[in-house]
Design a protein around this ligand. Structure first.
Ligand SMILES: [Zn+2]
Length: 286
């Protein structure tokens, strides 16, 4: 981006304004597409994607390695072999069904690690780098179906590339900022992909739209893999109960628990035939 800024800086002012306007329009128009197929739950929304998928997955590699290194240093990485085994087995059942949403996903470099830390947290970075914290499993006393529900939800964020979308929004903001800087004659700042992944995984909350999409896709992934799709409903009922007892900080960013539970019930009902199908397949083919 500094190159563009430099080039634009050499132009006369009227030319700079014209270049900026056309660049913004080009970015916005060319950046609109969708990352996934609709699935049985009907996900369709145009996404603005200005940052490349590779930039995000490269950034995620670095950020994930950092998290693992830190956890290892603190003696918190994969400390419970039984749990690691269980988490990876659940992932292995879910991953093949990601092809419903995108053909390339089953071949991603998926990875699942367990971090022994009292945090109500689980996430999946771009490209399929997953972490589950002991805090969420213990505090909510999660069953296998419920773990699968959360994992499906987190995988959906990665499949749908919500992080990339949010990084793109941030980038558009930076282009806007660079525009002001160009007009004012100041240099713009460069983007750091690893930092963007950290920002979108840990700092910026997901939008309601992203959460709803991940909820619906997660329910379908779980059902197709033979996990009870109502597991997601039970997770949020537990969250609701927990928030009444002692509202944790993180729940304040998710105000509409009840609406969410309603939506999850509706979609769990919709994918029930997929679950029954998968379940009978599992029975005849254990
Ligand atoms: Zn989410």
């Amino acid at each position: 981006m500094n190159d563009i800024v430099g080039f634009v800086m050499q132009q006369p002012l009227s030319m700079r304004v014209w270049l900026l306007v056309t660049t913004l329009i080009a970015l916005t128009v060319s950046g609109c597409s969708t990352t996934t197929q609709k699935g049985a739950v009907g996900i369709e929304r145009e996404q603005m994607l200005l940052v490349s998928q590779n930039q995000m997955t490269d950034g995620a590699q670095k950020a994930y390695a950092e998290v693992l290194k830190e956890a290892k240093k603190e003696d918190q990485l994969n400390t419970d072999a039984q749990r690691v085994k269980q988490l990876r087995a659940i992932a292995e059942r879910l991953i093949p069904h990601t092809k419903i949403y995108r053909q390339d996903a089953p071949d991603w470099q998926w990875e699942v690690n367990y971090i022994d830390k009292d945090q109500l947290n689980a996430w999946c970075m771009p490209g399929g780098k997953i972490a589950f914290y002991s805090g969420i499993i213990d505090t909510l006393n999660l069953t296998e179906d419920e773990i699968a529900a959360i994992m499906g939800h987190e995988m959906a964020h990665a499949l749908r590339e919500h992080g990339r979308e949010r990084a793109s929004q941030a980038m558009l903001g930076q282009v806007g900022l660079a525009a002001l800087q160009i007009l004012g004659g100041v240099e713009g700042a460069a983007l750091d992909a690893s930092n963007m992944v950290v920002q979108t995984t840990f700092i910026l909350p997901n939008s309601r739209t992203h959460e709803t999409e991940a909820d619906r896709m997660g329910v379908e992934l779980a059902a197709r893999a033979g996990f009870d799709p109502y597991g997601a409903v039970r997770v949020w009922e537990k969250m609701l109960k927990l928030s009444k007892e002692a509202p944790p900080e993180f729940l304040s960013t998710h105000p509409a628990h009840k609406t969410r539970i309603q939506d999850l019930k509706k979609y769990a009902q919709r994918v029930m035939p997929l679950y029954q199908q998968a379940h009978s397949n599992l029975k005849s083919n254990p």
